[in-house]
Unconditional design. Structure first.
Length: 118
């Protein structure tokens, strides 16, 4: 199973970006999907999680600004980021718990850089 993330880039404060992450390979079902981020010199932190039934939870720092969603038919998770701040600058990683039909394993995407700067 591979997770491929897209959509990072550079944006001014107050701007928006949409990240996508598509899973491919031996997939029977994807359970929770999440976005994490890691800023330089800091630990990786959870940004948002969405269940298969689309129940979502967010870090306090991004509530009301970020929206996580998913398309189960496409095995894809999205992160709509609005009102971006310089402190949102980080490498963003997608994460998924994938059931192959035999076992559930955790997978990570390769990371995509988001830079918020004027």
């Amino acid at each position: 199973v591979q997770l491929q993330a897209f959509g990072g880039g550079s944006v001014q404060p107050g701007g928006s970006l949409r990240l996508s992450c598509a899973a491919s390979g031996r997939i029977f079902r994807i359970n929770d999907m999440s976005w994490y981020r890691q800023a330089p010199g800091k630990q990786r932190e959870l940004v948002a999680t969405i269940t298969r039934g689309s129940n979502a939870n967010y870090a306090d720092s991004v509530k009301s600004r970020f929206t996580i969603s998913r398309d189960n038919a496409k095995n894809t998770v999205y992160l709509q980021m609005n009102s971006l701040k310089p402190e949102d600058t980080a490498v963003y990683y997608c994460n998924a718990f994938v059931f192959s039909g035999f076992e559930t394993r955790e997978y990570w995407g390769q990371g995509t850089q988001v830079t918020v700067s004027s």
